[in-house]
Design a protein around this ligand. Structure first.
Ligand SMILES: NC(=O)c1ccc[n+]([C@@H]2O[C@H](COP(=O)([O-])OP(=O)(O)OC[C@H]3O[C@@H](n4cnc5c(N)ncnc54)[C@H](O)[C@@H]3O)[C@@H](O)[C@H]2O)c1
Ligand SMILES: O=C(O)C[C@H](O)C(=O)O
Ligand SMILES: [Mg+2]
Length: 596
């Protein structure tokens, strides 16, 4: 079958506006790069300084002013410098999206910590003061009954990706209400930068059903609904109406749920996943990334992946993320053990889950049904290897001597010196320590503390970035960023361009497996188990290829644009790779054609 591109890169853009209206539209604005004939065509001659700059000169101008800011304010407080950096990037985002994404992609190592974790957390915390121009859409409890029509207020004819939050669990920062909009914006920046989703086709969404954060409710300048969160059926009715509205207007859209509190995360996932093209990034994306990291930790010991079934894993945090990871890791183990009921029971024995009341066991009153498969088989007044219901993290680590200690608790510093020192007694020759909570201040430990207290031989991965650690004898303690950013953009892209009807476990597993195999044995041996963020576009492409292939195998593809499901199924491996790459948007100015 002859391969067909579904879009050509430098295709003209049709605009229905002219003059300053174009200059003020970040989708089309090229600023000083409009050449003279285009200025004439669009009635903007005289509205810009006369000299026409190249794209590269514009990039240089922006980077110079960014660097100046860094020099002039580098001795101020870290948070204030980070916010200034975010502001300068955000202003560019507001003016000229093509230039913004070009500098973001070219400097992703440096800018990811600004537009994503950790700075995005700070931005959400300070959002009421930082808000200048709206980005995305706000659906609120006050809009009930209106959503199907108000969704048409969004100016884009086509939307490919929505990231939606209700602001109830923003990173490890808790309920930030409407201020959580920063998270969908940051996630979609990565969709554009890493997966090449067109910036004109992404939509950040905040569903404001109120907040239970008293400080926000008491703040007269808070921008969200000043009421407590809706609960029960009232809450579900709002989310249902939102889903119906967006899928009615854009049948092929993908909706990523992000930073919903655990009590709704699982319920909404179960409610929608068989009907809509949606997934929950905190539950499913995080699980895939963590599983890839767990496989990496096994490879780093020089063992085959099949040895994964022998790993003793302590997971701290039994929320949407912790339980999501435990489920996926247990399923992987169980399938390696033969996929029987007995295999599942055996796999469960490799997990110790600790939450804010300590070790989770069968003796727990009001045991959360989602955590129950991981509750240790310890009944009331029973003791297993010195552990009983509610045992502390330190007691658990001392008793279990785990191969892997993984934190998704949102509690900064709970991998204390004592806990980390206890990891020296791990039975693993290279214990893995993964403080995956975000942002940095909520990480269970710092990289420095981990290498200092647990030893030079550990494998380290954190949710937010840390610098590599200098060890004795000139050695380097490698820091990996174990963040769902390595999966969600590829899940979205792969799903989009084959028109998968739903997002299946098989597609998610395929993405995770590809991430797990991405690093060479040599890198893994050095403790580098995830790619550097500078490779995020390449790993995203690879994940998308794997997701797309799995969608074909699972018979859920329905075709994309003018490519039918049949044509997709007939593509060779090589054709799929080329197809994925050809569908990744790159920031380049396209000629603007004005029509009425
Ligand atoms: N790295 C990533 O890609 C990634 C992805 C998703 C979530 N996260 C992070 O995971 C964290 C948790 O997210 P969630 O949705 O599961 O939140 P959650 O609030 O639902 O869950 C937190 C869990 O931690 C437990 N906990 C609280 N205090 C504790 C303590 N002192 N000791 C032990 N356990 C304690 C709670 O009982 C609960 O089970 C957040 O910080 C989030 O940023 C990271
Ligand atoms: O947003 C991130 O950096 C990862 C994750 O989705 C989280 O909720 O912490
Ligand atoms: Mg999240």
């Amino acid at each position: 079958m002859a391969y067909r591109r579904t879009h050509t890169r430098i295709r003209p853009s049709i605009v229905h506006k002219r003059c300053t209206d174009v200059l003020h539209d970040p989708w089309y604005n090229k600023g000083t790069a409009f050449h003279l004939t285009e200025r004439d065509r669009l009635g903007m001659r005289g509205l810009l300084p006369p000299r026409v700059m190249t794209f590269q000169q514009q990039i240089d101008r922006f980077m110079n002013s960014y660097r100046d800011l860094q020099h002039t304010t580098s001795d101020g407080p870290d948070d204030s410098l980070a916010l200034r950096k975010w502001r300068i990037l955000n202003r560019l985002h507001d003016r000229n999206e093509t230039l913004y994404y070009k500098v973001l992609i070219d400097n992703i190592m440096e800018f990811a910590p600004i537009i994503y974790t950790p700075t995005v957390g700070l931005v959400c915390e300070n959002y009421s003061g930082l808000f200048r121009r709206p980005r995305g859409m706000y659906f609120s409890a006050a809009d009930c009954g209106e959503m199907v029509s108000m969704v048409y207020n969004w100016p884009a004819e086509q939307v490919d990706l929505i990231v939606v939050t209700d602001g109830s669990r923003i990173l490890g920062l808790g309920d930030l209400g409407v201020q959580g909009i920063g998270i969908p914006v940051g996630k979609l920046d990565l969709y554009v930068a890493a997966a090449g989703i067109s910036p004109q086709r992404v939509l950040p969404v905040m569903i404001d059903v109120g907040t239970n954060n008293q400080e926000l409710l008491d703040n007269p300048l808070y921008l969200g609904l000043q009421q407590n969160r809706l609960e029960g059926e009232d809450y579900i009715a709002v989310i249902d109406e939102f889903m119906e509205a967006v899928f009615l207007r854009w049948q092929h859209v993908i909706v990523q749920f992000e930073d919903f509190q655990t009590k709704w995360a699982f319920k909404l996932l179960q409610r929608y996943r068989d009907h809509y093209r949606m997934f929950n990034d905190d539950v499913q994306g995080t699980a895939g990334v963590a599983l890839a990291g767990l496989f990496g930790a096994v490879r780093a010991k020089g063992l085959p992946i099949s040895d994964f079934v022998k790993q003793k894993i302590v997971i701290v945090g039994a929320g949407s993320a912790g339980i999501g990871v435990s489920n996926m890791a247990k399923k992987a183990m169980s399938s390696m053990l033969g996929d029987t009921d007995e295999a599942s029971v055996q796999a469960a024995k490799q997990f110790w889950v600790v939450d804010k009341w300590g070790l989770v066991t069968k003796a727990r009153e009001d045991l959360d049904p989602d955590a129950s498969p991981f509750a240790r088989e310890i009944e009331e007044s029973e003791v297993e290897d010195g552990l009983q219901e509610g045992a502390s993290l330190l007691e658990v680590v001392k008793s279990v001597k785990p191969d892997i200690l993984l934190g998704l608790s949102g509690v900064g510093g709970i991998f204390s010196k004592e806990v980390l020192e206890a990891m020296r007694e791990s039975t693993s020759k290279r214990p893995a320590i993964f403080p995956m909570s975000n942002p940095t201040k909520n990480a269970e430990c710092t990289a420095e503390a981990a290498f200092q207290h647990a030893g030079d031989h550990i494998i380290f991965a954190s949710g937010s970035p840390f610098q590599n650690v200098d060890l004795e004898d000139g050695k380097v303690g490698h820091v990996n960023q174990g963040n769902n950013m390595y999966l969600f953009p590829g899940i979205g892209l792969g799903t989009l361009i084959c028109g998968a009807r739903i997002i299946t476990d098989g597609m998610l597993n395929a993405g995770a497996k590809r991430l797990a195999s991405y690093m060479s044995d040599e890198s893994v041996e050095q403790g580098i188990i995830y790619p550097p963020i500078s490779s995020i576009r390449d790993i995203t492409k690879e994940v998308a290829v794997a997701v797309l292939k799995a969608a074909i195998e699972e018979h859920v593809v329905e075709g994309y644009q003018d490519l039918s499901a049949k044509e997709l199924r007939q593509m060779s491996e090589e054709e799929i790779e080329t197809y994925v790459e050809a569908n990744m948007w790159v920031p380049e100015y396209s000629p603007l054609v004005h029509t009425i």
